[in-house]
Design a protein around this ligand. Sequence first.
Ligand code: NAI
Length: 462
Amino acid sequence: MSDFDLIVIGAGPGGYVCAIRAAQLGLRVACVEGRATLGGTCLNIGCIPSKALLHASHQLHEAAHNFAKMGLIGAAPSVDWAQMLAYKDEVIAQNTRGIEFLFRKNKVAWIKGWGSIPAPGQVKVGEAVHAARAIVIATGSEPSPLKGVAIDEETVVTSTGALALRRIPASLAVIGGGVIGLELGSVYARLGSKVTVIEYLDRLIPGQDGEVARTFQRILARQGLDFVLGAAVSGVETGAAGATVHYALRKDGSARALQAETVLVATGRRPFTAGLGLEALGVAMTPRGQIAVDGRYATNVAGLYAIGDAIDGPMLAHKAEDEGFAVAEILAGRAGHVNYGVIPGVIYTAPEVASVGETEEALTAAGRAYKAGKFSFMGNGRAKAMFAGDGFVKILADAATDRILGAHIIGPGAGDLIHEVCVAMEFGAAAEDLARTCHAHPTVSEAVREAALACGDGAIHA
Ligand code: NAI
């Protein structure tokens, strides 16, 4: 008999959710994790710590820019960086301890150490070899290296180093205008750094709605971030005074340089599968270096499964979680299901940016007839009271059937608002269904209803 029904390798959001759900469904489960705490990149050096710094720096921004307008008079707070980092670390600790508690509660054994797979059905950790009926690889991702750029996590950092800088830099060059670059760029811009984002493409947040991206850039520029778009970085030199980023403008090939105290490299992530022994096992990979799986997350090796950032799809904690749920259910003899058409994406800046489903660009490229209902937060009383009238909600619906195909929101609470559209889409709702749903007044969610109304006879407050 095997030691376990299931061994999950990796205790990030994909792995720990998979382990807990499988245990709840009656399997004997272990989870292998080599980090000193559970929770993976997300809880330790990703989503959670960045949200702590985003929250703290947003409060500072509010105090400096909006308090006096509301009659709240007093000196704007100054930053105790050591305390801000201590607050962030405490938030991490509360969350990672929470997962430990959940493992104990659900009888998931934590095997401490880095696992490898010497043979099908076996996981080696240190000198011990554990047997399992099924193995799920949930080892996540790591920052992609950039040619000509050496990371030292002090002067030239990835998101990991950016969450623990020794001091707030006077200037920060961010390579990559994607999610990490803009979230962490926002943090340091609010804390007083001169932030310049250098992006290869001619736009920010590629793949997302173009109108949202343009609005987003305008708002961030007003918050003090500078942008160099269409720029190919060729290298970074470091010296006593910081770093020099060398890049060429793609439109004319002209060489440029930017000095900064600190450089953040945020040009994407790649699957983290080194050391697992996949090559020796003969595990099939995709051309992009991801583990190849079928619709049930099974690899080509019997009993070996993979989920999350290690396989294809958006590198998002909640996508990994959903796959963790699904594979646990499949292993327990149930159906398991992930609706890849309804996976929201959120950028936790202020304002937040959120999206789900199709973009106008993708629908146009596919030749699909659609209608777009748009509503500005300027027409929302609650948003105006919060100085948050910038941005809009856009709902895309099928031109013939009115079925909701996607939504794109930039504005207050976008990351929460998107979920009513997700639920609507999950139920196959029409825009009219959202429009006919009573929304409490005054809430920012009324902007979603108004955008749905704009897909039909028109919004009221536009
Ligand atoms: P990303 O894919 O979001 O953005 C990378 C950006 O770098 C792109 O705009 C790309 O065009 C640009 N780029 C690539 N090579 C470049 C070069 N040589 N010079 C200049 N620009 C270049 O990747 P990012 O921001 O590193 O995030 C990694 C992953 O983590 C993403 O999949 C992201 O979705 C996920 N993540 C999600 C968060 C969230 O959901 N809130 C937060 C942080 C990360």
